[in-house]
Design a protein around this ligand. Structure first.
Ligand code: SF4
Length: 330
């Protein structure tokens, strides 16, 4: 049965929910699991011409966020950050330029869900005008409407990162339908969507992994993938702990096989060698604020540099694309 499912995926056919569930249920470190990892790597290399990418995110602000996603350091109820702070335009521009100089294939600009949209556009204009014309810019913001989507496009974004997160609507106050609508609106104005099965915790079963994998497939993204939850100490989800990198490698490999060949990217976060070896061809560097970090400047704690990510890819025997992202057409 396993060989049949893998063969079907590599030939470009769509896997059924039952087939995806079967792959998720294969025991780690079994001969069958090794086949899944190898097939994922093969499919990732074929989909991206053997070239991995490093994207880099600038987090604009820290604020106690009323949306209260239980896994996020910014959630008001998690009480990690009592006061709001934000980068100045000069600081944001400097961080973005640094990433560009370091060779990031795309630069993301992230803000919390209640960061004023007009301010986000203003900062985006400053950043856009400070970067090379060919540098790909990606927005990572809360849900938006069709008018705002067009404004993001007009200011120079090539795409967005957006996801229906594990536990969406239960451990977050955001309805699944709203998250899906944002991705649909983005596509309609020509913004390319990148997404991911995240944040995966040890308590998530096969059923929810399949459901969220199918959501990423149906978002027609330029990349999918899988990322684990980083426990924020003292919060309600922290007692669950975190999924091992070895298990995440299996999960991201199944996502790669479940998502069609027209999706060239397969990400994981945080960057690690076993995930890249198993078919993750997109990793992130980070600076500024970070929803997985308790430090205000993640580059001083959890955040990795572009060079760190390139090193991870080299350890996993990937070549890294030089120049603008091919995942997000500019
Ligand atoms: S994930 Fe986004 S919406 Fe949720 S609490 Fe954090 S900043 Fe707010």
């Amino acid at each position: 049965m396993l060989d049949g499912i893998i063969g079907k995926s590599l030939q470009g056919a769509s896997l059924s929910p039952e087939e995806i569930a079967y792959l998720f249920g294969v025991p780690l470190f079994s001969a069958e699991s090794s086949k899944i990892l190898a097939a994922s790597r093969q499919k990732s290399e074929a989909a991206s011409d053997g070239l991995a990418e490093v994207h880099a995110q600038v987090g604009l602000n820290i604020a106690p966020c009323p949306k209260n996603c239980a896994f996020c350091a910014f959630a008001e109820k998690n009480k990690v950050f009592a006061t709001a702070s934000q980068l100045s335009a000069e600081e944001a521009v400097a961080a973005a330029q640094r990433f560009e100089q370091d060779g990031a294939n795309a630069v993301y600009v992230m803000a919390t869900a209640d960061y004023p949209f007009a301010k986000y556009l203003e900062m985006s204009r400053e950043i856009r005008s400070s970067l090379k014309a060919e540098t790909v810019l990606v927005a990572n913001v809360g849900d938006f409407n069709d008018r705002q989507a067009q404004l993001l496009k007009d200011v120079g974004y090539s795409g967005i990162y957006h996801a229906v997160r594990l536990g969406e609507g239960c451990v977050t106050s955001l309805p699944v339908e709203q998250r899906l609508r944002t991705m649909k609106i983005a596509r309609e104005v020509g913004l390319t969507v990148g997404t991911c099965v995240e944040p995966v915790g040890p308590e998530h079963g096969v059923e929810e992994l399949v459901e969220k994998t199918l959501i990423t497939r149906e978002a027609f993204p330029c990349f999918s993938g899988a990322a684990r939850r980083i426990p924020i100490p003292g919060t309600e989800l922290a007692p669950h702990g975190k999924v091992s990198e070895a298990r995440m490698a299996h999960i991201l490999a199944v996502v790669r096989l479940a998502v069609g060949s027209a999706t060239p990217g397969n990400c994981t976060h945080e960057p690690n060698v076993i995930g890249a070896a198993a078919g993750a061809n997109l990793l992130w560097a980070e600076s500024g604020s970070n929803p997985r970090d308790t430090a205000e400047k993640t580059q001083e704690k959890r955040g990795m540099t572009v060079q760190d990510c390139i090193k991870v890819f080299h350890e996993a025997e990937w070549q890294v694309l030089q120049g603008p992202s091919r995942l997000f057409p500019r």
